[in-house]
Design a protein around this ligand. Sequence first.
Ligand SMILES: Nc1ncnc2c1ncn2[C@@H]1O[C@H](COP(=O)(O)OP(=O)(O)O)[C@@H](O)[C@H]1O
Ligand SMILES: [Mg+2]
Length: 236
Amino acid sequence: MLEVTNLTKAFGSGSNKLQVLKGVDMTITKGEMVALMGPSGCGKSTLLNIIGGLLSADSGEIDLEGRSYGRQKPSDVVDIRRKGVGWIFQDFHLVPSLSAKDNVAMALELCGYKSEEAEERAVAALNEVGLGDRTHHIPDQLSGGQQQRVAIARAIAGKRSILLADEPTGNLDIASGKEIMELFKRLCKDEENPISILMVTHDPDLATQADRMLLLREGKTFASDIRSAWGIEEEE
Ligand SMILES: Nc1ncnc2c1ncn2[C@@H]1O[C@H](COP(=O)(O)OP(=O)(O)O)[C@@H](O)[C@H]1O
Ligand SMILES: [Mg+2]
């Protein structure tokens, strides 16, 4: 589904050069939920941005369902952003003046859906995340957890194959964060249309809900269990 091979990325040049990614390899299969962990500033968002087609890598390759990219300029991977990946951010990124339905429908229209189909898909996606009775509410009238579910509806409405979630529960209380994880699991295990999720989180409890944990350290990813992710030495 997603295959990342030997991805590298540096910022700056000369003595100011910061080599953030030093050869990242990872694979995510359909229906899999993977938690990406690692210390602040280690390059998690950078990696997500490259996979999401928002930033170009210096070398290496990404294959998303047969579409190959990685080093291209963001302007050359429009189809990845419009059809391939869905984004979920810590602070939701909803348009404050638009209803839940219009937030989702607008994103679909920007991807080329006609208004009518966009609205139908928006309502279906909001039903799927349990907000069928909140479609006319604006973000201010919704709790943080509900706002994040609108953002998830927006991310899944275009039938994207992978969701990239950068600290999706960072602004939520513990109970709402758990609900979001339950929703993620349900979306990944959906029998008709399973998606994959790559999620950055600092919360070990939430990370253990994923199928698998990856640790990004010193520019590379490692399969991880919760103890090594938190730097806890193995005890005998
Ligand atoms: N556009 C940029 N220009 C220069 N440095 C950047 C840029 N984006 C990120 N960085 C640097 O790259 C490193 C990794 O950043 P980031 O991917 O945001 O880390 P994380 O998400 O793991 O906290 C940090 O040291 C950050 O300051
Ligand atoms: Mg980050």
